[in-house]
Ligand binder design. Structure first.
Ligand code: UD1
Length: 380
């Protein structure tokens, strides 16, 4: 049964969402479907949000919920309250959510409660990733969103095993690959053509790029001091560039740790293209971000992840990532950095399956197929 034009309500809220929705909105449009974009406003600074819309050619959101920062409960509740009338007005065929931020889970919760009344279905892009660490707010968001979704689209092979373990019906699960890598391939030429390294006084492969924003690293004074001392140890041997997340900047000031930033090249948060340029040019990346573990794998740049575990094991088994020894110490991180550089392979990086720049097309195909399958089952 052929599917008419689908109406898909696409939800984005925080920085790591924007590079995922950009190719999906484009692919929906190219296939003749209607993408309606909601920005929850979880991230609102120009550097954390507007820059990404401009650089990635994301259309102006059709709805902006303006929720901003609050505790998890209040932020989630505000998103739910503001998203419900939008869903009722738009009456989409699908609500599509990406990743694992509070906006992802909040929108999925609203949709599932309106399912009976509106017939809407939920699609989760980046389903099935698990750190198995329930102290991470993202792990709660991932598990809840997957449990609520009608269509679970996975980025890597490990995700399917996680969903089987949780008893998810496999007819709802489809492997589509990594949509963030679609954006990376679309923008890498612009990143390489930019004068970012020059502007920052960096030399290709002669600096380390670092990012830090996980609550486990930055919300506790001792943990933050430890990691900053480790970066300082690396900075004794090479330049360390650190674009600083607002959460981290606030906490550095709050805990009186500003002196530990002195040996580092500290920047405001970067836009997508500049961040991609400094990632591509780095000798090694030290990070606690999820997305940057994936981007370094796609680029073949050595990465040391400053966490106890990763929900993206494919970046270790197929890619260039490794975990720093836990608990994090300056000595352990420095050793992991040296090992990562010493063991770096030359030549093109082998890519995990489905990290080919075409995930967004497969996401749209999956939406169409799932809609058709439901129409068939409803008609028999
Ligand atoms: C959120 C996501 C995290 C993701 C990260 C990327 C959740 C639970 N966490 O964490 O998974 O990796 O985004 O950045 O959804 N702030 C600003 N300006 C902004 C946004 C935030 O100053 O535009 C400040 C807020 O005031 C707050 C802090 O940054 O103090 C944290 O923001 P929040 O959205 O709560 O979580 P993130 O740490 O950014």
């Amino acid at each position: 049964m052929p599917t008419d034009r689908l109406k898909v309500l696409v939800v984005a809220g925080a920085r790591p969402n924007f590079m995922k929705v950009a190719p999906i909105l484009r692919a929906l449009d190219e296939a003749g479907h209607e993408g309606v974009l909601v920005h929850t406003g979880q991230h609102y600074d120009a550097a954390m949000s507007d820059t990404f819309f401009a650089e990635l050619g994301i259309p102006e959101p059709d709805y902006h919920l303006g929720v901003g920062t609050a505790t998890h409960a209040v932020q989630t509740a505000h998103i739910m309250e503001a998203f419900e009338p939008v869903l009722l007005e738009v009456q989409p065929d699908w609500v599509l959510v990406v990743g694992d931020v509070n906006s992802t889970m909040a929108a999925a919760l609203v949709a599932v409660k309106l399912k009976e009344a509106t017939g809407v279905k939920i699609c989760h892009v980046e389903a099935g990733l698990r750190s198995n660490d329930w102290r991470m707010p993202e792990e709660i968001n991932r598990v809840v969103t997957d449990r609520l979704s009608d269509l679970l689209l996975t980025p890597s092979d490990d995700a399917e095993g996680n969903l089987i373990t949780e008893g998810i019906d496999m007819s709802r699960v489809k492997f589509v690959g990594n949509v963030m890598i679609d954006t990376l391939y679309a923008q890498i030429k612009n990143a390489n053509a930019s004068n970012t390294l020059e502007r920052l006084g960096l030399t290709h492969r002669h600096y380390v790029a670092a990012t830090l924003h996980r609550p486990s690293n930055v919300d506790d004074a001792d943990a933050l001091e430890n990691v900053l001392r480790a970066l300082g140890r690396v900075a004794e041997t090479t330049t360390v560039v650190l674009p600083l997340h607002p959460r981290t900047r606030k906490n550095v000031e709050k805990f009186g740790l500003s002196a530990l930033l002195e040996p580092l090249l500290v920047l405001d948060p970067l836009g997508y293209i500049e961040m991609l340029a400094i990632t591509e040019g780095a000798q090694c990346v030290l990070t606690d971000s999820g997305g940057i573990q994936e981007e370094t794998t796609a680029l073949g740049v050595p990465c040391v992840t400053l966490r106890e575990q990763t929900e993206r094991p494919v970046t270790i088994t197929h890619g260039t990532n490794r975990l720093a020894p836990w608990p994090l110490t300056a000595k352990g991180i420095f050793q992991a950095y040296q090992d990562a550089v010493a063991e770096a392979a030359e030549g093109d990086a082998p890519q995990p399956p489905g990290w080919d720049g075409r995930a967004a097309e497969r996401i749209v195909e999956a939406l169409v197929q799932a809609t058709e399958a439901e129409a068939v089952s409803a008609s028999v």
